[in-house]
Design a protein around this ligand. Structure first.
Ligand SMILES: CCCCCCCCCCCCC/C=C/[C@@H](O)[C@H](COP(=O)(O)O)NC(=O)CCCCC
Ligand code: ADP
Ligand code: CA
Length: 568
C-alpha cells in the first residue's frame, strides 16, 4: 500500500476559473475541484504511478507523480488567465484578470494508450503573487533534486534512416520538449555511415554529457552502442578481441528517438515507436539496463548485438533488402516475401551453453515488463557467480561439460536477446525473452515445408505460440557458437562425406557456379540490421552492459485499493 508523503504545499488555486484544492508532496502533485467528494480506488499500474484522474458528479481529482512533471513555467498575467490547459486561447473576462494576478503552468506526462506518452499542461492561477512564486520554486526544487534527469545530451541524427524523416522529427517533435525541460543539447547530423560511432570512439568529450541520443533506426542505435562500448573498454584497458574477457559496463545512458525502418529496440523497450514518448522517457530520466551480445570469429571481435542475430531467413532478408534501400521500410516486406518463396536452408552445427540456475524460460507466459523481477534477480545471480569464480561461467570443467551441440539443416537460426517486438510483430521473435537477464533465446527452425514455415512466420503476428511446432526448438543460452557445414572441423567433414558424400560435392560445385540455381551453402548473419562478414561465430551475452533512457514496457493499469491522496 502506497501512502501519500508529507505535504510541502497545500493551497486553494484556480484551474480553468474553478477553485481547486492543490497539494504538493515530495512524490505527488494533486489538484481536486473544491466541493468534490473524496474519491477512492484511483487507477494505479503495478510498477509506477501515472497521472490519475477520476471524475465524479461533483468534480475531478488529478494526481501527477513529481517524477513525471516535465517543467513548470511562470505565466504572465495575460497567459495566466487567457490560455487554456490545451494551449488554445479563450476570451478573458475582466473579473478573471482581477482575481488571478499570477499564474504558473505545469507540464507533465500523460498516458494516451498503447504505451504512448504525451505532454499535457495545466495552468494554476491565484491572486497572491508570493504564493505563486512559492509554488513555482517548490516544484523547481523538487525537479532539480531528481539526480537521474539528464541536463546535457549528445544527439546524433541519421537523416537517411527509415522514411528519411529523422531531422524533421527531431526538430519538430523532440527539440521543443527538450527546450521546455531545460535540457541542453549538442546535435550532430551524420554525414556518412559510422560517423556517430567514430565520433564517439575518438572525439566526443563524453564527460560533458549525461547521455547520448540517436535519432534513427536499429542500425543507428547499433552505431552508438559500438562507439560507447568500444570507448569504455579502451579507457578501461579491456581486450575486445578476447571473447572471454568480461566487458566494462557503459556509464552513459542511450536514448532512442525512433526514425528507422524496424525500430525494434525502441518498440521492445518502450512499447511503442513514437518519438514524443521516447523524448519524454529521456526527459524524466528513465533507466533500463540491457544485455549485449559480443560476436567473435576466431578470437577476433566482429560486432555487438542487442536484439536479433539471425542466420538463414533473416540474414537473407537483410542482404536482399540492402539493395532496395530506396524502397524505405517496405524493402523488408518485399525481401521477406521473396526469401520466403526462395526457401533456402543451410547446414551447420550450433553449440550452446544453456542458461542454468536462473529464473525464466523461453516458453514462459510471463513477459519482461517495467521493473522486471526476472531481470533484477538474474542480474544479481550472475554478478555473484562472476565474483565467486572470477568468470561468469562457473568453475573450469563444469562449463565445458555443459555445452550442447546440434547439427542439422536450418531455415533460420535466430538469437533474440530481447523479445524483438516491433510493429511488424507486436509480440516479437521470442515473446518471453528478457531485456536484462544475461541470456539470449536461441531459436532453431529446421528445414520444413514452405507451408509449415509460413505457419511459423504467421504466428509471430498472432496469439499462437510460434515455438509449438515440431521443427522449431528454442533454448535460453548464455553463449553459443555456429559453424556452417563447410567450416566444420576436419573430423566432422569426414563424417559428413561418409554419410552424404554426393550432396557435399554437389553443393560445393553449386556454390562455385551460382548460375545452376542450386541453393547456396552459406547465408549471412543479420546483426541488429547489419550484415556480418563471417558465418562462423562465437556469441556471448554480457548481462546489463548498457543502459537506455527507458523503463521497459509498462503494465496496463489495474484497480487497487490505495490510500487516496485526493482525500486530504
Ligand atoms: C509472411 C509473414 C511474415 C511475418 C514475419 C514477422 C516477423 C517479424 C519479426 C521481426 C523481428 C525484427 C528484429 C529486428 C531487426 C532489426 O534490427 C533489423 C534492422 O532494423 P532497422 O535498422 O530499423 O532497419 N530489421 C530487420 O532485420 C527486418 C526484418 C524483417 C523481416 C520480415
Ligand atoms: N549520414 C548517413 N549516410 C548514410 N548512412 C548513414 C548515415 N548515418 C547513418 N547511416 C547508416 O544508415 C544505416 C541505417 O540506419 P538506420 O537509422 O538504422 O535506418 P533504417 O532503420 O532505415 O535501416 C545504419 O547502418 C547507419 O550506420
Ligand atoms: Ca536477454
Amino acid at each position: 500500500m502506497e501512502r501519500p508523503s508529507r505535504l510541502l504545499l497545500l493551497s486553494e488555486l484556480r484551474v480553468r476559473n474553478a477553485a481547486h484544492s492543490v497539494s504538493l508532496s515530495r512524490s505527488l502533485l494533486t489538484w481536486k475541484r473544491r466541493g468534490s467528494s473524496p474519491l477512492y480506488h484511483p487507477f494505479r499500474p503495478r510498477f509506477c504511478l501515472p497521472r490519475l484522474r477520476r471524475r465524479s458528479d461533483s468534480g475531478s481529482c488529478h494526481i501527477v507523480p513529481v517524477s513525471e512533471i516535465i517543467s513548470v513555467r511562470e505565466e504572465d498575467e495575460e497567459n495566466g488567465s487567457g490560455r487554456r490547459d490545451d494551449g488554445s486561447w479563450k476570451k478573458i473576462k475582466e473579473r478573471d484578470v482581477k482575481d488571478c494576478r499570477q499564474a504558473f503552468t505545469v507540464l507533465y506526462v500523460e498516458r494516451s494508450g498503447q504505451h504512448r506518452w504525451r505532454c499535457a499542461e495545466v495552468t494554476f492561477t491565484c491572486s497572491d503573487t508570493t504564493l505563486c512564486q512559492r509554488w513555482i520554486s517548490n516544484i523547481r526544487e523538487q525537479l532539480a533534486a531528481i539526480a537521474s534527469r539528464p541536463r546535457r545530451l549528445l544527439v546524433y541524427i541519421n537523416p537517411f534512416g527509415g522514411k528519411r524523416q529523422g531531422k524533421r522529427v527531431y526538430e519538430q517533435k523532440v527539440a521543443p520538449l527538450f527546450l521546455q525541460a531545460g535540457i541542453f543539447t549538442d546535435v550532430i547530423v551524420t554525414e556518412y555511415a559510422n560517423h556517430a560511432r567514430d565520433h564517439l570512439r575518438t572525439e566526443a568529450e563524453l564527460k560533458q554529457f549525461d547521455g547520448v541520443v540517436c535519432v534513427g533506426g536499429d542500425g543507428m542505435f547499433s552505431e552508438i552502442v559500438h562507439g560507447l562500448i568500444w570507448r569504455t573498454q579502451i579507457d578501461g584497458g579491456v581486450d575486445v578481441n578476447c571473447p572471454d574477457e568480461a566487458l566494462l559496463p557503459c556509464s552513459l545512458r542511450i536514448g532512442i528517438i525512433p526514425a528507422g525502418s524496424t525500430d525494434c529496440i525502441c518498440f521492445a523497450t518502450v512499447g511503442t515507436n513514437d518519438p514524443v514518448t521516447s523524448a519524454l522517457h529521456i526527459i524524466v530520466g528513465d533507466s533500463q539496463p540491457m544485455d549485449v551480445c559480443s560476436v567473435h570469429h576466431n578470437n577476433t571481435f566482429l560486432r555487438y548485438s542487442v536484439s536479433l542475430l539471425g542466420y538463414g531467413f533473416y540474414g537473407d532478408v537483410l542482404t536482399d533488402s540492402e539493395r532496395k534501400r530506396w524502397m524505405g521500410p517496405a524493402r523488408y516486406d518485399f525481401s521477406g516475401v521473396k526469401m520466403f518463396l526462395t526457401h533456402h536452408y543451410y547446414e551447420g552445427t550450433v553449440s550452446y551453453l544453456p542458461a542454468r540456475g536462473i529464473l525464466g524460460t523461453p516458453r514462459d507466459t510471463a513477459r519482461c515488463r517495467s521493473g522486471c523481477v526476472v531481470c533484477q534477480r538474474n542480474g544479481q545471480l550472475l554478478s555473484e557467480r562472476a565474483e565467486r569464480y572470477e568468470t561468469d561461467e562457473g568453475p573450469d570443467g563444469e562449463t565445458e561439460r555443459e555445452w550442447r551441440t546440434i547439427r542439422g539443416k536450418f531455415l533460420a537460426i535466430n538469437a533474440a536477446s530481447m523479445s524483438c517486438a516491433c510493429p511488424r510483430s507486436p509480440k516479437g521473435l521470442s515473446p518471453a525473452a528478457h531485456l536484462a537477464d544475461g541470456t539470449t533465446d536461441l531459436i532453431l527452425v529446421r528445414k520444413c515445408s514452405r507451408f509449415d514455415f509460413l505457419r511459423h512466420l504467421l504466428r509471430h503476428t498472432s496469439k499462437d505460440d510460434q515455438f509449438d511446432m515440431t521443427f522449431v526448438e528454442v533454448h535460453r543460452v548464455r553463449r553459443f557458437r555456429f559453424a556452417p557445414r563447410h567450416c566444420q572441423s576436419d573430423s566432422d567433414l569426414e563424417l559428413d562425406l561418409q554419410e552424404n558424400g554426393k550432396r557435399q560435392i554437389f553443393s560445393q560445385i553449386c556454390r562455385d557456379h551460382p548460375a545452376c540455381g542450386c541453393a547456396p551453402s552459406y547465408s549471412s548473419w543479420n546483426c541488429d540490421g547489419e550484415i556480418l562478414t563471417h558465418t562462423a561465430i562465437d556469441v556471448r551475452v554480457h548481462c546489463q552492459l548498457v543502459k537506455l533512457f527507458a523503463r521497459g514496457i509498462e503494465e496496463p493499469a489495474v484497480f487497487e485499493d490505495l490510500t487516496n491522496p485526493c482525500a486530504i
